[in-house]
Design a protein. Sequence first.
Length: 306
Amino acid sequence: MAVIEVRDLRKSYGDVHAVDGVSLAIGEQELVALLGPNGAGKTTTVEILEGYRSRDGGEASVLGFDPARGGRSFRERIGIVLQEAGFEDAFTPRELLRLQAGYYPHPRPVAEVIEMVGLEDKADARVKTLSGGQRRRLDLALGIVGDPDVLFLDEPTTGFDPSARRRAWDLVDRLRDLGTTILLTTHYMDEAEHLADRVVVMNRGVVVAEGTQDQLAALAGAEAIVSFRLPEGSEAGDIPAVGSGVRVAGNTVELRSVSPTADIHVLSAWAMDRGLELADLSLSRPSLEDVYLQLTEGGPVGVEPA
């Protein structure tokens, strides 16, 4: 059953179609990363789902509610981490979390949330003394203190050092394991790779592709890289005609392949027939960043928005 469902969602600002017929569905306890360049329509889509922006057309459902009319019953069940939030500098994180928790019927214990985001040492410090990364942790804490069923994360780890980012990822994984459905927007491809069950790529107001990383790579026609050391006594011309774009640098052979399993099988059979060893044989898949750039720079790749 879809926890978040959007059909033919539309929003325009004058002649600019910020969201132009977007459709997607997110299941229970699923984490979906919404990716796209600036101006792709991500923020508008998320704000409509949060109930903070009206739509011009289409249907939207979150937890069975229309976000535009959900009211308090809807807002009590969602959590939001904005790209940037404003705090009253005279308060402490503990005070702000107690205040925020009071808006929800069944909040998480404040002390537990402080520990979850790693603010134990700053729980009673004034907000004005917090670093940028610590303020971002407070943003995250305020988003989860209500124990939401659905969590919207907008660039949640901006300003984090590597250690804090890993800790935030562990927290997000933990929330998903506890049953939270999460919609994540991020510009960090490694973050999407690590966290997302599926990725939805938007560009110019439409969904250009969605799926797992491997599915997106296949849709984009992204090729894997097969590499090995040229066997002693062999020449580049001896290598079977597999893959594409064969390149020899020194004694290392690299070839691009859309069907690496089959191509490696051909190469292995060739080597075994000749008693050769393909030393340092390796296969590297295209990264999510490679696929993302191909999808957003090349436009739609012949798939319908889900």
